[in-house]
Design a protein around this ligand. Structure first.
Ligand SMILES: Nc1ncnc2c1ncn2[C@@H]1O[C@H](COP(=O)(O)OP(=O)(O)OP(=O)(O)O)[C@@H](O)[C@H]1O
Length: 355
């Protein structure tokens, strides 16, 4: 189901929580809202579900108008027929698994035969057919979340909404459930809108990631684009770019920390552009004679820490500068703490940020 959000605004008291959200979600697409706590992800999702009414803008899903603030028209949540899965599983404790899943269909006044058939199908799809007669308290957290997923799918006519559904599960189960959600998304041919503050989850699940900041969309793109080509300082920081550097005091070809910019094609001069790169992309050596080296500098290794697969460290550069590096723990790429080292970054690993 195609979903179109146009200029969505929402204010709670004196706080403008959504400041004009425009987003067109394609039929069958998996779109994730990603951002820090309080950026408005959940409020956007709740506006789509009908649990909040936007005070500005419109939401259209398929051929139905869910909300049109200009006309004060809001379709009631149960008429929207969207499936919702929350962080708290929100199952009825006094109902069996089967009855929990059947409940939304009963409310829709589906026939008994249809309910029996559909519930059996969905229980099979989420791998819970053998637990149909159990009560929620007799299930593990992961199993309860599967039932919540099944109930969402039963309620949904083409649109599934997820609000941090995996946050209460342990790390291993979270990864297994991600795969499950993706499989069900495809199998049922639904459109999915998912909210998380976990970047890895967003990258793993989505066709498109929408980064939100302060009630606005900061950037959107495929997981690859968002991960490797953030456009703003906020997106770069949020996606884990350890190094975000501004030109030093107006000297266009030099960055804070004495880093020399070697690649003329980097759009730094005169524009006050900020650049970003990941610690794992910092190479040892001057890079002299190598093609496409963007930046180079020299400094002293400090704070080298073993963190499993990788070791992280800081290279303290002249002035107040510091460059964060990460490298395979079994290599000794930059020497021990206190060693002086040259380093460089390739042009393909550097992004120039707009703001
Ligand atoms: N019913 C409400 N009344 C007043 N303020 C609210 C209400 N719901 C949300 N807010 C505020 O709106 C802002 C955005 O909240 P929202 O839940 O959309 O953020 P979020 O990005 O989903 O964050 P989180 O990941 O913490 O849930 C927050 O500052 C929050 O305190």
């Amino acid at each position: 189901m195609h979903v179109e959000l146009t200029n969505i605004e929402k204010t709670f008291g004196a706080t403008r929580v959504l400041k004009g959200i425009d987003l067109a979600i394609k039929d069958g697409e998996f779109v994730t809202f990603l951002g820090p706590s309080g950026c408005g992800k959940t409020t956007t999702l709740r506006c789509i579900a009908g649990l909040e009414d936007p005070d500005g803008g419109s939401i259209v899903a398929g051929d139905r108008v869910f909300a049109d603030a200009g006309q004060h028209k809001y379709l009631s949540p149960n008429k929207r027929k969207v499936g919702m899965v929350f962080q708290s599983y929100a199952l009825w404790p006094h109902m069996t698994v089967e009855a929990n899943i059947a409940y939304p269909m009963k409310r829709r006044r589906a026939s008994r035969a249809e309910i029996t058939k559909r519930v059996a199908e969905i229980l099979e799809a989420v791998g819970m057919a053998q637990h149909a007669k159990r009560y929620p308290h007799e299930l593990s957290g992961g199993q309860q979340q599967r039932i919540a997923l099944a109930r969402g799918l039963v309620s949904s006519q083409g649109l599934m909404l997820y609000d941090e559904p995996l946050s209460n599960l342990d790390a291993k189960l979270r990864i297994a459930m991600r795969a499950e959600i993706q499989r069900l998304h495809r199998e049922f041919g639904v459109t999915s809108v998912y909210v998380t503050h976990d970047q890895e989850e967003a990258l793993a699940l989505s066709d498109r990631v929408v980064i939100m900041n302060g009630g606005q969309i900061d950037q959107q793109g495929t997981p690859e684009e968002i991960y490797s080509r953030p456009a703003s300082r906020f997106a770069a920081d949020f996606m884990g770019f350890e190094n975000i550097l501004s030109p030093a005091g107006g000297r266009a070809r030099e960055l804070s920390g004495g880093l020399k910019v070697l690649d003329d094609s980097l759009p730094l001069s005169g524009e006050g552009k900020t650049i970003a790169f990941r610690g794992k992309h910092v190479q040892a050596g001057t890079g002299e004679g190598e093609p496409a080296v963007a930046l180079a500098g020299r400094g002293m290794i400090r704070d080298s820490v073993y963190v499993g697969e990788v070791r992280t460290a800081t290279i303290v550069t002249p002035g107040e500068g510091a460059v964060r590096v990460a490298f395979p723990a079994d290599s000794n790429r930059f020497g021990a703490d206190g060693a002086e080292t040259d380093f460089h970054v390739r042009a393909t690993d550097v992004v120039a940020l707009d703001v």
